[in-house]
Ligand binder design. Sequence first.
Ligand code: SF4
Length: 321
Amino acid sequence: MPTEIRLSPFGECRYNAWNDYVKTRHGGRVQKVSVLAGFTCPNRDGLLGTGGCTFCNNAGFTPGHLDRRQSIHEQIETGLDFLRRRYPRTRHHIAYFQSYSNTYGEFDRLRACYEEALAHPEISGLAIGTRPDCLPDQVLDYLAELAQTHIIELEIGVESCNDAALQRVNRGHDFAASADAIRRAAARGLDVTAHLMLGLPGESTTSMLDGARQLSALPLRSLKLHQLDLVRGTALAREWERDPAAVPLFAEDDYITLVADFIERLSPDILLQRLGSEVPPKMKLAPHWNLRLHELAPRVSAELARRDSWHGCRYEPATSA
Ligand code: SF4
């Protein structure tokens, strides 16, 4: 039985969108300026493994203009040159530590990188992407302290709520690690975003939709959904080339259907920050559809409208025993 209608208080679409919340909370658009700080991750440097997650090729996710030889301050300047022209009405810029695991390293080095970014006069905060097993309490305490005076978004790569799928892609952590990191971060007052991939091998429609239920039980502020794209040079792309049946991929319409099904089951308190991914065409092996994000969002809203459904209409809050 659907729960009561809690249709977006922030906007016109049939789901609660992160951008609308941000504009309300921070008085205008907040734009991310990507930076590359030169971190690695424990799934690549040998601590957990060297091969990485089988879907990962950071070149597929890293903006092409970033140059590690530049300082963080210089990278921000380069990014701002572009963003000021493209989004002249932006209220705040925040530095986005996106590629690899940006809380993995000596604490003093992490702090120096974050503080170099925050020292830029046009930077109001940080968005930090990382793995759930790279968030010691010391780092969370420090980020919570920064959040008293800056915009701080912590983006945790959950990727799947299904341990078999996580193992299948060599993720190196389980869902319990994600739940633990999200709870510890949120307990400190941090805005936590989960990054979730839909369509990893080992998933089924049932397990992915159950993920909406599992994530809804966690204190998340927002969610980024990504379809599985096969990026050239990855182990998963090679696996698909050898045996496409082993790595099933979404057709465009099937992905939109699944995202709508997922949103119906997701707590309306968890805002949708992204509904899919964009990989540069030259990096992408498959699938062969290339919906841009600004095209995907209205397609999902139209699917929800066609069903006369909305964000959370099938959400069932957990009941205590
Ligand atoms: S996806 Fe993240 S955790 Fe996995 S190998 Fe790539 S950088 Fe490391």
